[in-house]
Design a protein around this ligand. Structure first.
Ligand SMILES: [Zn+2]
Length: 133
């Protein structure tokens, strides 16, 4: 929890207003202080940081017949929207069903075999997935 930085007595009071001061300092005010001192024009109001929550992610593992994993194809973890396209790019012909199966039964690897490749997808609960584009 961010706390009010205006008044030392407010070190336990939750901040509700965030500003960037004219020298770039981050200022956090509780509702009381923000109401009391108003919104000085030299302060830029910052959006309130959003709280995070867990998300679903998919572990993707692709293996060739030897049991060796493909280092390029293995991704941990991946967002739901991207995992189906990624599996399709890798040559999985049943990516839609594989992802649906994984979504239906989390924490258990689901497989799809196509030619010499075995595609494995497992749905897990993870911290928010950061996309590197
Ligand atoms: Zn305060």
């Amino acid at each position: 929890m961010d706390t009010c930085t205006y008044d030392l007595d407010h070190s336990a009071v939750e901040a509700t207003h965030y500003y960037k001061a004219y020298e770039g300092d981050r200022v956090m005010l509780c509702f009381g202080c923000a109401s009391r001192f108003g919104y000085p024009q030299y302060l830029v109001e910052l959006p309130r940081p959003r709280s995070w929550r867990t998300e679903y992610g998919y572990l993707v593992n692709v293996q060739i017949g030897t049991g060796q994993g493909d280092l390029v194809a293995d991704v941990w973890p991946m967002e739901g929207d991207g995992v189906e396209s990624w599996l399709t790019i890798l040559g999985c012909q049943e990516s839609k069903y594989l992802v649906a199966d994984a979504a239906w039964e989390p924490y258990r690897p689901h497989y799809s075999v196509n030619d010499d490749f075995t595609y494995e997808a497992t749905r897990v609960t993870c911290l928010p997935v950061v996309q590197c584009v």
